[in-house]
Design a protein around this ligand. Structure first.
Ligand SMILES: NC(=O)c1ccc[n+]([C@@H]2O[C@H](COP(=O)([O-])OP(=O)(O)OC[C@H]3O[C@@H](n4cnc5c(N)ncnc54)[C@H](O)[C@@H]3O)[C@@H](O)[C@H]2O)c1
Ligand SMILES: O=C(O)CC[C@@H](O)C(=O)O
Length: 310
């Protein structure tokens, strides 16, 4: 029987041909998000009203959207962060949910390491300076032998650890749900508590999911435990960091700098105070935006949806 599906993520369509090979074997009526943007809740309610399945990016799939989608049987996440999907309601209604596990691990880890360098050598400022006619040779710091503190030791956290090891950094990690001691020993990673990470790390990097437990895990109290010379890097989710507290910490020299790929509101408001700070740098949620990762996300999210629907 024919199934109607909705595909929302903009970058899905760049590698659309990879999914067509999979879709062509099934009887599908495909609706596409042609706005080129993340959809609003109202748009999701309208577009999901009669679909059997959805491949969803960062668009809201909250309780109201899910309950209003009367035919919905499957949600395939284009990516790995499930925070935009109300998993409890999906479970209650028997709607299957699957993420494209591991598809963007390498890309997010590479961006994270890139942000370490961007911060430690003030690369964004250097580019702007020279283009604006200033020859200001800022003294940076080396990354080798510095301590990286990884909060969330899942797929991306472990990949960052591997890359940090290649840079000869000392590696610490905090993850209350990770207990493969053999692996951490083999990787030369010290598993510890969050306080030791905050107190000792030169780079604190976030790789944990957003949920009730982790919302604003970085706040004025946790920031105050970090070294004045330390950098915070967030390529996970904006809401993990209290942005007002981060602004105060950066402005008052509580920490040296921060980089974010993600924001609690995307795109951030032009008035967002963080954007006015020289020691704050950012990228527009491009962690998974590489040719390789998007192709993997397209293939796996398409396969996952088909598996759940047929
Ligand atoms: N910037 C991007 O484009 C981008 C791309 C992919 C993923 N992400 C974000 O990165 C997150 C991590 O992705 P992943 O593939 O590594 O996921 P993962 O599930 O493999 O790893 C997450 C890890 O966090 C740990 N964790 C859970 N609660 C924790 C807590 N309170 N404290 C410390 N650790 C905790 C889990 O035990 C798990 O090991 C995703 O949830 C997503 O939000 C962002
Ligand atoms: O949908 C995207 O563009 C990024 C998805 C990414 O944040 C993820 O959670 O894997």
């Amino acid at each position: 029987m024919k199934k109607k599906i909705l595909i929302t993520p903009k970058s899905f369509f760049r590698a659309r041909n990879k999914a067509d090979e999979i879709f062509s074997q099934f009887d599908l009526d495909i609706v596409e998000n042609n706005t080129g943007k993340t959809l609003t809740k109202q748009q999701m309610i309208e577009l999901c009203s009669d679909v059997d399945g959805v491949i969803v990016g960062l668009d809201p799939m909250d309780e109201e959207v899910i309950r209003s989608a009367k035919n919905l049987k499957a949600i395939s996440k284009y990516g790995v962060g499930l925070d935009n999907i109300d998993l409890k309601v999906a479970e209650e209604l028997g709607i299957k949910v699957k993420k494209a596990e591991g598809t963007n691990t390498r890309s997010v880890a590479e961006l994270t390491i890139g942000l370490f360098f961007a911060l430690s050598r003030s690369i964004p400022k250097a580019v702007i300076d020279v283009k604006d006619g200033r020859w200001d040779r800022t003294i940076g710091t080396e990354i080798g032998a510095k301590v990286v503190g990884i909060i969330g030791f899942g797929a991306i956290g472990r990949e960052v650890a591997k890359m940090s090891s290649g840079l000869e950094m000392e590696i610490m990690a905090y993850d209350p749900y990770f207990n493969d001691i053999e692996l951490t020993r083999a990787m030369n990673v010290k598993m510890t508590n969050i306080d030791e990470i905050l107190e000792k790390a030169d780079f604190v990097t976030l790789h944990l999911p957003l949920n009730e437990e982790t919302n604003k895990i970085i706040n004025s109290k946790t920031l105050s435990k970090m070294k004045q010379t330390a950098y915070l890097v967030n390529t996970a989710r904006g809401e993990l960091v209290d942005e007002d507290a981060l602004y105060e910490a950066l402005k008052n020299g509580i920490i040296a700098g921060a980089a974010q790929d993600v924001f609690s509101q995307e795109p951030p408001d032009k008035q967002n105070k963080l954007l006015s700070l020289n020691n704050f740098i950012l990228t527009p949620h491009i962690g998974a935006y590489t040719k390789e990762a998007t192709e993997r996300m397209v293939v796996i999210s398409a396969k996952n949806l088909i598996e759940m629907l047929f």
